[in-house]
Write a protein that binds this ligand. Structure first.
Ligand code: C2G
Length: 133
């Protein structure tokens, strides 16, 4: 069984996320999503999520492409996650291109997939704010 892993916040789940998850699953047979915790998002990405970790986890677990959701607590867990779960392929959107090439040291393939244009959680928040002015 070829195992794939990807990392992210996945707040206000949208079709850009689904496009990523669908293509990530196409890289193998089993997809693990390491979901950024609320603390990690705030401390490391200065992101305040609309949905809590538990709600974002529930949403991801309902997606047919996703087989397992684990917490992402820090930037450095990727190498140990890949060893622990015997992952064959690490996938991220190409806005991260080159940022995680060190993961290749684990022997896992590193794949950056094209981001879906014109949609992002921050764009959704901005548009809703404008509309409700
Ligand atoms: N994504 C995408 N297209 C979009 C928006 C997001 O392909 N229009 C991808 C991102 O490239 C990422 C994944 O969807 O691979 C999740 O995006 P975010 O929730 O924004 O995650 P991010 O804040 O990039 O966190 O350790 C890695 C970080 O946790 C990644």
């Amino acid at each position: 069984m070829r195992k794939v892993i990807t990392y992210g916040t996945f707040d206000l789940l949208h079709y850009g996320h689904i496009n990523l998850l669908r293509r990530a699953k196409e890289q193998g047979d089993y997809l693990i999503v390491a979901l950024s915790t609320d603390e990690f998002n705030w401390d490391e990405k200065q992101k305040k999520c609309y949905f809590s970790y538990e709600k974002r986890k529930m949403l991801l677990e309902a997606i047919r492409y996703v087989d397992l959701v684990i917490p992402e607590n820090n930037w450095d867990q990727k190498v140990t996650d890949i060893a622990e779960f015997k992952v064959d392929c690490f996938v991220m959107g190409d806005d991260w291109k080159g940022q995680f090439d060190f993961v290749k040291e684990t022997g896992a393939e590193v794949v950056y997939l094209e981001r879906t244009p014109e949609i992002s959680t921050s764009q959704i928040k901005k548009d809703l704010h404008e509309k409700n002015k």
